[in-house]
Design a protein around this ligand. Structure first.
Ligand code: TAP
Length: 477
C-alpha cells in the first residue's frame, strides 16, 4: 500500500511565553521557596530546559497549607455555592479561551502530540470545570444529605501523564464542594499547573483557595503528611499509593487513590475487526501509552488472531512518531529518561522471557526520549509484561478460545481500572462486562472520558471515584 508523506505542520510556540524561572503559588501570589531548592523542567522531545521551577520544602508546604486553611475559614467555606460556581465557570471559560496556549505548553513540557493536547486534554479540562461549576449550588441534591459540608483543606498530588487534566480532576470537585487545595504537580511536568495558577489570578479567585507547590516526591510526602490537611487525593503509581495509605492510616484524614492499571482489551471473533484495530491502537498508543487505563493487554479470540494481527501491523505502520508539536504526529516523546529506561527494561525482560517483539519500521529522532510502538506476541499470563504496568507504547498480545477463558484472563491481574470489549452482540457485551472486575468497561470503543462519568479502580488500582456525582463524595463531609 503506498504511504502518504506528510509535509511538516508544526504548531507555533509563539503563543506561549515561558518565564526562565517560577516560584511557588501560595496565598494567591508567586513566592520564592524558603527552605526548598530549584529543579529544571525539560522538553522531553529535545532535552532542552524549558524553565527552572522551585522545589518546595516542608516550611513552604506548611505556608501553603496555612494559606489554604485561612482561605477556607475566611471566604471559601462561608461563600454560598452559587457564588463559588461563578468562579468555577470563570476559570472554565478562561481555560477554553486560552486552550491553544495551554495545549502548546502541555505538549512542550510533557511530550504528548499537540493533536491530543488540543483535541483531548484541553477540551476535557474545560469540561471538568464547567461540569463541577454546575454542581456547586446543587450539593444538597447530590444524594449526600440535604446540607453536605466541605471536608476542609485538600492535599492533592498528581502524575505527569495528563498534567492539566489530572489537576482539573482534583481541583474542580474540591472547589465546587467548598474545600481549598494545596496541589503538587509532577516533577517533570509542572508548567501547566503554574499557568493554571495565573488563571486563578486572572479569575480573581480569592487568594489561598488554590495553592500550587512544585517539587519532587518529598514535597508530595510533605503535603500528604501535613497535620492540617483534611483530605488527601492522589493519582500515581500503586507503590507510592501504598506509602500514602500507610502515612494517613490512623489519622483523621480522608483519602482517595487513583493508581495503576493493566487493562484487558478483549476482541471476540464477531467484532468489527477494522474498528477493533482502531480501538486497540487508541487503547495503547494514545499518549504514548502513558495512560493508567491503557488497553495494555490485548486478548484476541484465537479464530481471528491472524486476521487481526495482520490488520494491526498494517495500521501501526502508518503511525507517525516525532515532533509533538507537529499536527500530524500520532506518537510523541516519552516523558522522561527515567520512564524511557523503565519501558526499555520491561521490554527487554519480555524478550528474555520468550515473547516476540514487533515494531513497524520507523526512524526515531536523535535527541529526546523515544520508544517505537511495539507489540509482543507469544505472551503468557506469567510473563512480567502481561502482569506489570509498562506505562509506555508496548502492547502484550494474548489469545483465548471461550468467553469464560477471556473473563478469567482479563481478571487475572492485581489491578482493576478499566477494560474493553469488542463484539457485535450487545447481549455478550453486557454479560461479559458484568463479570469483569474493572472500574470502567468500554464497549466497542476505548479511552473515552466524560466529566459526568465516574472513574476509578478495584483492587490495586485504588479506591474512591473521580468524575460525575460520585466524584463529589470524597470532598464532602
Ligand atoms: P508516581 O511516582 O506515583 O508519582 C505520582 C506523584 O506522586 C508525583 O507528583 C510524584 O512526585 C509524587 N510522589 C512520589 N513519591 C511520593 C511520596 N512518597 N509521597 C507523596 N507523593 C509522592 O507515579 P508517576 O510515575 O508519576 O505516574 C505513573 C503512575 O500513575 C502509573 O502507575 C499510572 O498508572 C498512574 N496513574 C494513574 C491514574 C489513575 S486515574 N488511576 C492516572 C494517571 C496515572 P514526582 O513527580 O516528583 O515523582
Amino acid at each position: 500500500m503506498p504511504r502518504f508523506e506528510y509535509a511538516p505542520a508544526p504548531e507555533s510556540t509563539t503563543i506561549v511565553d515561558i518565564q526562565p524561572s517560577y516560584g511557588l503559588f501560595i496565598g494567591g501570589e508567586f513566592v520564592e521557596p524558603t527552605d526548598g531548592g530549584v529543579m529544571k523542567s525539560v522538553n522531553p522531545a529535545s532535552e532542552e530546559v524549558l524553565a527552572e521551577v522551585a522545589e518546595a520544602g516542608p516550611a513552604d508546604v506548611d505556608a501553603a497549607v496555612r494559606a489554604a486553611r485561612s482561605a477556607y475559614q475566611r471566604v471559601w467555606e462561608p461563600m454560598p455555592g452559587r457564588e463559588r460556581a461563578k468562579y468555577l465557570f470563570r476559570i472554565a471559560r478562561i481555560i477554553a479561551e486560552r486552550s491553544r496556549e495551554l495545549a502548546v505548553l502541555e505538549s512542550l513540557d510533557n511530550g504528548k502530540p499537540i493533536r491530543e493536547s488540543r483535541d483531548a486534554d484541553l477540551p476535557l479540562v474545560a469540561a471538568h470545570f464547567f461540569y463541577y461549576a454546575g454542581w456547586a449550588d446543587k450539593l444538597g441534591h447530590a444524594g449526600f444529605g440535604s446540607d453536605p459540608r466541605p471536608v476542609g483543606v485538600a492535599g492533592q498530588v498528581i502524575p505527569w501523564n495528563f498534567p492539566l487534566l489530572m489537576l482539573a480532576w482534583k481541583i474542580a470537585p474540591a472547589l465546587a464542594c467548598g474545600n481549598t487545595v494545596v496541589l503538587k504537580p509532577a516533577e517533570t511536568t509542572p508548567l501547566s499547573a503554574l499557568r493554571f495558577a495565573e488563571i486563578c489570578q486572572q479569575a480573581d479567585l480569592p487568594p489561598g483557595v488554590v495553592n500550587i507547590v512544585t517539587g519532587a516526591g518529598s514535597t508530595g510526602a510533605a503535603v500528604v503528611e501535613h497535620p492540617d490537611v483534611d483530605k488527601v487525593a492522589f493519582t500515581g503509581s500503586t507503590e507510592v499509593g501504598r506509602q500514602i495509605a500507610r502515612a494517613v492510616a490512623g489519622t483523621r484524614k480522608r483519602v482517595t487513590l487513583e493508581l495503576g492499571g493493566k487493562a484487558a482489551n478483549i476482541v471476540f471473533e464477531d467484532a468489527p475487526i477494522d474498528q477493533a484495530v482502531e480501538g486497540i491502537v487508541n487503547g495503547i498508543f494514545f499518549n504514548q501509552g502513558h495512560v493508567c487505563c491503557a488497553g495494555s493487554r490485548l486478548l484476541v479470540q484465537e479464530s481471528v488472531y491472524d486476521e487481526l494481527l495482520a490488520s494491526l501491523k498494517r495500521r501501526m505502520a502508518t503511525l507517525r512518531i516525532g515532533d509533538p508539536l507537529d499536527k500530524n504526529t500520532d506518537i510523541g516523546a516519552i516523558n522522561s529518561r527515567v520512564q524511557l529506561d523503565r519501558i526499555r527494561t520491561l521490554s527487554e525482560i519480555g524478550e528474555q522471557e520468550g515473547a516476540q517483539p514487533w515494531s513497524p519500521p520507523c526512524e526515531l529522532p536523535e535527541r529526546g526520549f523515544w520508544f517505537a510502538p511495539t507489540i509482543f506476541t507469544g505472551v503468557t499470563q506469567a510473563h512480567r509484561i502481561a502482569r506489570e504496568e509498562i506505562f509506555g507504547p508496548v502492547l502484550s498480545v494474548l489469545t483465548f478460545r471461550t468467553p469464560d477463558e477471556a473473563v478469567a484472563k482479563a481478571n487475572n491481574t492485581p489491578y482493576g481500572l478499566s477494560a474493553g470489549i469488542w463484539s457485535d452482540k450487545g447481549s455478550r457485551i453486557l454479560a461479559i462486562a458484568d463479570r469483569l472486575r474493572a472500574g470502567v468497561v468500554w464497549a466497542n470503543t476505548f479511552n473515552k472520558f466524560d466529566p459526568a462519568a465516574p472513574f476509578g479502580g478495584y483492587k490495586e488500582s485504588g479506591y474512591g471515584r473521580e468524575g460525575g456525582r460520585h466524584g463529589l463524595e470524597g470532598y464532602l463531609a
